[in-house]
Design a protein around this ligand. Sequence first.
Ligand SMILES: *Cc1c(COP(=O)(O)O)cnc(C)c1O
Length: 364
Amino acid sequence: MTLPIRPELAGLEPYGAPQLDVPVRLNVNENPYAPSARVVADIVGAVAEAAAGLNRYPDRDFAPLRAGLAAYLARESHVSLAPEQLWAANGSNEVMLHLLQAFGGPGRSVVSFAPTYSMYPEYARDTSTAWHVGRRQDDFTVDPEHAAATIARYAPSVVLLASPNNPTGTALPSGTVRAVLDAAAQVPGGCVVVVDEAYAEFRRAGTPSALALLGEYPHLAVSRTMSKAFGMAGARLGYLAAARPLVDALRVVRLPYHLSAVTQAVALAALGHAEELMAQVDGLRRERDALVEWLRGNGLRVADSDANFVLFGVFDDRHAIWQGLLDRGVLIRETGPEGWLRASVGTPEETAAFRAALVEVAGL
Ligand SMILES: *Cc1c(COP(=O)(O)O)cnc(C)c1O
């Protein structure tokens, strides 16, 4: 008896980095600092309150959470947004799936620029949207003219731009984002540009957020997450900001009550402690910059990073380096262009363990 699996899914393995129980985990760009006892207590209180009403479906439009997210972005990026311009889901991965469900689909295409986040082609596949990639330059930036030409060539209905990009750490200047938005505006039938800012809070001073462009471009969506800088990867809360008609299109494709009352309560409670949860971000940024310098000082190539990880290389046998680190209790990620590896920035102790292991394994 054969199962009628869609042919494009036949034989595929589910996506995901190995979840191994080792002392130093620097493989999925989490914030290494656990929430404090105070934050945990507040979350527990909020969940207890939500639990008392779990016989009812949750607030489908999660208005208080949208207002909380708007207030957070106003503080973080000094951009003022109405709560109706915010959307949220179970991780920004689900937010981006909503985008593809609303704006992609059979007969349509999505464009991105490689190397980039490996989930993007999966959203395309799962929504039967054709997937096309332009390329990033040697320094992993995107050439605005190449981007415009790629968009003109494929006439996609969605462009996915990660900035800072995963796995390279590269943030795009406003000029490049504007060039993409302007090219997208020329696509017959329209084209939504998604700037995936999962790592935005780690950007270096002077690096802009695409949130500042929202007022000018009704076809722009800026995606964020509580999984990285916010230190709430386990809570599964991602969100985006866009003009209201774009957000309203996402409300059509979401499943009913997709955000549980518990998730809403956890996210709201966590937002109330944004400052404390984000207190480590400056330290992680400094740790990142020091790690980039240290790796370069040891003769390795390192991509400029505005995120909480570094992409470094180039190794003839990167798998051997990855395995050697793992044998010493340090888990990083074998990803990116051939020969490169990605390591998240951890606590100073974790980063020190990574450096010591790398000295041994790579013979630095
Ligand atoms: C980690 C990451 C996300 C966030 O995923 P969540 O579903 O919000 O946990 C989104 N985009 C990129 C590029 C990422 O690296």
